[in-house]
Write a protein that binds this ligand. Structure first.
Ligand SMILES: Nc1nc2c(ncn2[C@@H]2O[C@H](COP(=O)(O)OP(=O)(O)O)[C@@H](O)[C@H]2O)c(=O)[nH]1
Ligand SMILES: [Mg+2]
Length: 426
């Protein structure tokens, strides 16, 4: 008997404009899987947009059959759907229909840790929904809405529309307030006792595959200090050396502008990284790889983590030959000093990757803290002269401390006992 998985089952659909060559379903599949869906079918149609369904009417019929046959829960479009198209498709197919924008929102929501991240995502969602609510109002007024008895009538929809707008203005103000607050106090919320490695790179590069390879026998890290990290952080033991590794959503191609702020908040855990692994798909075109690496470095600098060590991981070497690999490595030179070519799928060079990780991870942790001036003698007494540097003296003293990772909890307690604060950026 075939077992039915508990993951929601989805069909992916893309309408490709007749002139366009590239389809994007691989990328969409990677996003859908990362969100927790099981992809049971993929459909591509080459044609101009149909105003009613986006895709053609005949295709809709075909998909309707697939929905029934494959017990599908949801249909996901690569193309952005106009409000009326989304409603028409939903009516016709009898299941939820979302587009890429909404899928990205779902994945962001799943990873959102901080209050700010959650608000950013809700804001993007409401802004996206506003024209859809408008369409709902229009349909309700025209008495077109199917089953008015089960949905809101025109009057209620109107009220809902106004409520959405009020919420948008509330969140906008709240975010402004949080931003100001953050500028005043950039305190570190927590620090880990063990160095943290964070995987990043574009969708489909192989981050999750690599994460699974590296952590096959490891445990999920779920104790409270990690609660602001994504749920996908695990402990890796490599020849007696320990480090934590986090999988992330990473970078998304053609991100809708409305989602950029929300996207930045999903990168928060990079602030805590001791080492960043930038994963690229080496089987892609050289120009494509270069463009992605550059764009990645730009985003990293925008969120303020450029000072951290970066290891460029050239993944998928199993599908190109040695000659191609060497040529590409030469061309991608850029200015990233450390790189390693691996296959997350076959396991090639995974040991070498781990060796490099261990080599690149700092043995000692450097932090900066603000402490009351009268505690300075205490700090000097506690630390060897070489391990503490006073950088600035104002109302409080800004000091830099260096100590072994394992001592992190003690140092944290010590500084808070003195009435000091550790700053986010070391
Ligand atoms: N041939 C090959 N395929 C890989 C390798 N690593 C990942 N993939 C495939 O690339 C696709 C995207 O991988 P995934 O880990 O989801 O990428 P992510 O979006 O960066 O997390 C999947 O179909 C993987 O099976 C590799 O080393 N070699
Ligand atoms: Mg992934």
């Amino acid at each position: 008997m075939k077992e039915r998985s508990i993951k929601p089952r989805v069909i992916l659909i893309e309408r490709v404009e007749p002139g366009d060559k590239r389809a994007h379903l691989d990328e969409l599949k990677s996003l859908a899987e990362a969100t927790g869906y099981e992809v049971v079918a993929q459909v591509i149609q080459k044609r101009h947009m149909d105003s009613k369904f986006n895709i053609g009417k005949g295709k809709v019929k075909e998909i309707k059959d697939l929905v029934v046959k494959k017990k599908v829960d949801k249909v996901i479009f690569y193309n952005q759907l106009k409000p009326n198209q989304a409603f028409n498709l939903q009516e016709e197919l009898g299941v939820d229909v979302i587009d890429r924008f909404q899928l990205i929102l779902e994945i962001f929501a799943k990873h959102a840790g901080s209050k700010e991240a959650k608000l950013q995502i809700e804001l993007a969602k409401l802004k996206y929904e506003l024209p859809r609510v408008k369409e709902l109002v229009r349909r309700a007024k025209m008495r077109e809405l199917p089953g008015i008895s089960r949905g809101p009538g025109g009057y209620q929809v109107d009220i809902y529309y106004r409520a959405v707008r009020r919420r948008i203005s509330y969140i906008t103000k709240e975010l402004e307030r949080l931003r100001k607050q953050k500028q005043i106090q950039r305190k570190a919320r927590f620090m880990l006792r063990i160095p943290l490695v964070v995987l990043t790179g574009y969708t489909n590069a192989g981050k999750t595959t690599l994460f699974n390879k590296l952590t096959r026998e490891s445990k999920t890290v779920s104790s409270s200090p990690f609660s602001t990290l994504s749920t996908t952080t695990r402990l890796v033991n490599f020849r007696g050396y320990q480090f934590l590794i986090s999988d992330t959503i990473g970078f998304i191609e053609d991100l809708p502008p409305l989602l950029i702020e929300a996207f930045h908040t999903t990168l928060e855990e990079l602030i805590y990284a001791d080492l960043i692994l930038l994963v690229v798909d080496i089987s892609e075109d050289v120009e494509e790889i270069k463009r992605k690496v550059k764009a990645s470095l730009k985003v990293l600098s925008e969120i303020g983590v450029m000072g951290k060590p970066i290891l460029l991981v050239l993944n998928k070497v199993d599908i190109i030959d040695e000659k191609e690999l060497n040529e590409k490595i030469k061309k991608i030179a850029l200015n990233i000093e450390h790189k390693v070519a691996i296959s997350a799928k076959t396991g090639k060079n995974i040991d070498k990757l781990c060796e490099m990780i261990v080599r690149m991870l700092p043995r000692l942790r450097t932090i900066r803290a603000m402490i009351p001036i009268d505690s300075l003698p205490n700090v000097f007494h506690r630390f060897h002269k070489l391990k503490v540097k006073v950088l600035e003296v104002g109302e409080k003293a800004l000091v830099e401390l260096v100590f072994p990772y394992g001592l992190t909890p003690h140092i944290q307690n010590y500084i808070s006992e003195l009435g000091g604060d550790i700053l986010v950026h070391a």
